[in-house]
Design a protein around this ligand. Structure first.
Ligand SMILES: NC(=O)c1ccc[n+]([C@@H]2O[C@H](COP(=O)([O-])OP(=O)(O)OC[C@H]3O[C@@H](n4cnc5c(N)ncnc54)[C@H](O)[C@@H]3O)[C@@H](O)[C@H]2O)c1
Length: 357
């Protein structure tokens, strides 16, 4: 195997310790560093490598450029008994979203539902970690965010909407919980950055190059636009994310969110978070049984030709999570080098690779 593509496995514990040391070395408090690092490691464990620790260099660059405040803590403003607002104060999106979902869950426990609008935040990585936070508390959830322009609206050719993920979830009984987390593009833009990092090609239907032509070259794709999934429908979902996360919150919207790789100014991302108590209309046991039945019906459905197994939304990532807890998280050499480069900048130790292969 080409040594550049050879995988270097890092245990979740080692990756967490390592990311905490970089974050604290850049001025983040140990408590906040622990929250941020858990979110990043969860993405790596779930196989969403595009939104995990590999993002550390870009986040640290934003701190160095003074466009992300490493020391900011989110501020809560209670609007009604079931509605709260979080001002992310241009700190890490992970912290603002974590504080927002924590409050949404508290409100849902007491009143059945909790809704939180988050403003002046930053990129929060993989939405599924917030859905998982709600599931761990026994709650259903909606998790929306907006993001920097990468997608044309249907019929347009300029980057206007973000590839903003729509996510939601619900706990189950003995079966796997429902976790939907999807970008409204054919693929998340992070997958193009990952292919570019790894020197890989991308499928021809993911993006257009700067001239508006389909391309399988990730670098050309980054000069062009992502393609929305399902044509006008994906484009409409991206607008929906902007309405709920950007317009409603008071954050940037309509193409004015700054990208995570653009260290020229604050991102001003908005999020929209809802937690819902699942036993509002029936006993919890009955709800869980109904979720389990839904899971069984979905994965047990008759398969189309060539398909070996039907998966529930979020299930592939949950399987990967269980596997990677055992095997460690696979990175390629260039990714390890970029992360160790960040460690060198703050005098932290290099990441501990447990095996290669
Ligand atoms: N914070 C941001 O601004 C931002 C922007 C874009 C994407 N993201 C993140 O990028 C990640 C990747 O997004 P994506 O749209 O490329 O995800 P994806 O296409 O890999 O998965 C989307 C959904 O489809 C499900 N799925 C995939 N294959 C399946 C199969 N064979 N059977 C059944 N279900 C299946 C997944 O479980 C998931 O719920 C997400 O975690 C998202 O939150 C974040």
């Amino acid at each position: 195997m080409d040594s550049a593509q050879e995988k270097q496995y890092v245990s979740a514990d080692a990756a967490k310790k390592f990311t905490i040391s970089i974050l604290t070395g850049n001025g983040v408090s140990p408590q906040n560093a622990s929250v941020i690092s858990s979110c990043l490691i969860q993405a790596d464990l779930r196989g969403v490598d595009t939104h995990g620790t590999n993002r550390i260099p870009s986040y640290m660059e934003r701190i160095r450029q003074g466009v992300l405040d490493a020391t900011a803590n989110p501020v809560l403003n209670q609007i009604t008994p079931v509605v709260a607002q979080i001002d992310g104060r241009n700190g890490f999106g992970f912290l603002a979203a974590h504080a927002g979902m924590t409050r949404a869950i508290e409100m849902a426990r007491e009143f059945g539902i909790g809704m939180v609008s988050v403003k002046h935040s930053n990129h929060f990585g993989m939405s599924a970690w917030i859905v998982q936070q709600a599931i761990d508390a026994g709650m259903m959830s909606l998790v929306f965010t907006n993001s920097s322009p990468a997608l044309p609206v249907w019929g347009g050719r300029e980057k206007l909407m973000g590839v903003s993920p729509i996510a939601c979830g619900a706990p189950a009984g003995k079966e796997k919980p429902f976790i939907l987390d999807m970008a409204p593009s054919v693929a998340a833009r992070g997958k193009i950055y990952k292919a570019a990092r790894r020197g890989e090609k991308i499928p021809g239907d993911w993006a257009l190059d700067g001239e508006g032509r389909p391309t399988d070259d990730p670098r050309s794709a980054l000069e062009g636009v992502m393609l929305p999934m399902g044509g006008p429908k994906g484009s409409a979902l991206a607008v929906m994310m902007d309405v709920f996360s950007g317009v409603l919150s008071g954050s940037a919207f309509a193409g004015h969110v700054t990208g995570p790789y653009d260290p020229s100014k604050p991102a001003d991302v908005g999020h929209f978070l809802v937690a819902i108590k699942p036993d509002l209309f029936m006993e919890l046991d009955e709800f869980k049984q109904r979720m389990d039945y839904l899971y069984q019906r979905v994965v047990g459905s008759d398969k189309m030709a060539g398909v070996e197994r039907v998966y529930y939304p979020g299930e592939i990532e949950q399987i990967t999570h269980a596997e990677r807890l055992q095997t460690g998280i696979p990175y390629v050499e260039a990714e390890i080098a970029a992360l160790n480069g960040e460690a060198d900048k703050v005098g932290a130790e290099h990441v501990v690779v447990s095996r290669t292969g």
